[in-house]
Design a protein around this ligand. Structure first.
Ligand SMILES: NC(=O)c1ccc[n+]([C@@H]2O[C@H](COP(=O)([O-])OP(=O)(O)OC[C@H]3O[C@@H](n4cnc5c(N)ncnc54)[C@H](O)[C@@H]3O)[C@@H](O)[C@H]2O)c1
Length: 284
């Protein structure tokens, strides 16, 4: 093989994920589906965990039809026995996990004074405890071989309180600390753990908001990059963190919000500075 061809081949596997086993939770929809697609395109064997069995099967079939290796598994990540069983199946059918993307999550509305204990506990059970259960089941496969990467999808809401959203912000803040604790505990065994804080990404989770006319433009107007995020915007970052390209990134938190969290001072009315038409929402 010529040097030029060799470099093209090396470039095609820039991430080095080919042949690796990547587990994605919440893979049937939105960000998780985009991560699973991206990992498969990068040559990884992908395990698609979701409580939505039909959705996971649909994506696995679509990936298989394009020649990728994909395994769909129905799994409620808040159920320890179910997670352990899924981990055993992945190891038996795809080999031990090289990477895990903790992504399955849910949002239940409710002001702090009114949110039901059942809703509070359900959100923590999936968004926080579910991340721990998956991390230690699949993480054990990684520490056993002395290498692996865990990517935790948290949220901008884990850094800034999202009001009237019950336990959502608290669960995501918990994920950020859990991610750093895993980095500290498992880093010596060769396993990295990092978190991504997505800003506003258009998926099934947020789709009903966009039914309101003009909402997308209003949200874009308070985002530095002046657009709403797409699932792929998060998937690209997750793939980088999964890969050896991020081999010395451990315990980090990456804000992927189009610069929205940098806008605080811009939102403060300052006559003469930010009262131009620049931030006015575009016509719907
Ligand atoms: N969309 C956004 O704007 C946004 C912003 C910040 C963070 N996030 C986070 O990104 C992650 C993915 O969200 P999304 O927007 O793609 O949502 P989504 O609703 O499109 O997908 C979530 C997936 O998780 C699955 N799921 C939910 N509970 C589960 C459980 N107990 N066990 C297994 N699977 C379960 C659902 O079936 C669904 O397929 C979540 O953790 C969410 O909190 C999303």
């Amino acid at each position: 093989m010529s040097a030029a061809l060799l470099s093209v081949v090396a470039e095609a596997d820039w991430l080095g994920l080919a042949g690796r086993t990547i587990v994605v939770t919440g893979a049937a929809s939105g960000i998780g589906a985009a991560v699973a697609e991206g990992a498969a395109r990068a040559g990884a064997r992908v395990a698609l965990l979701d409580r939505d069995a039909a959705g996971a099967e649909r994506l696995a079939a679509a990936l298989a039809a394009r020649g990728h290796r994909a395994l769909a598994l129905q799994c409620d990540i808040s159920d320890e026995a179910g997670v352990l069983a899924a981990a055993a199946r992945v190891e038996a059918e795809l080999g031990p996990a090289d990477g895990l993307v903790n992504n399955a999550g849910l949002l239940r509305a409710g002001a702090l004074g009114e949110v039901s204990l059942a809703d509070w506990n359900a959100v923590l059970g999936v968004n926080l405890t579910g991340y721990l259960l998956c991390s230690r089941s699949f993480g054990a496969q990684m520490t056993a071989r002395g290498r692996g990467s865990i990517v935790n999808v948290a949220s901008i809401a884990g850094c800034h309180p999202q009001t009237r959203s019950g336990a959502y912000s608290a669960s995501k803040a918990g994920v950020l600390l859990l991610s750093r604790q895993m980095a500290a505990e498992w880093g010596p065994a060769g396993v990295r753990s990092n978190a991504i804080c997505p800003g506003m990404i258009r998926t099934a989770l947020s789709e009903k908001f966009y039914e309101q006319p003009g909402l997308e433009q209003r949200r874009a107007a308070i985002t530095a990059s002046r657009r709403i995020g797409r699932p792929d915007d998060i998937a690209e970052v997750a793939l980088f963190l999964l890969s050896d390209r991020a081999g010395y990134v451990n315990g980090a938190e990456l804000m992927v919000d189009g610069g929205m969290s940098a806008m605080l001072m811009d939102l403060v009315p300052r006559p003469g500075f930010n009262d131009s038409a620049e931030r006015a929402p575009a016509a719907a």
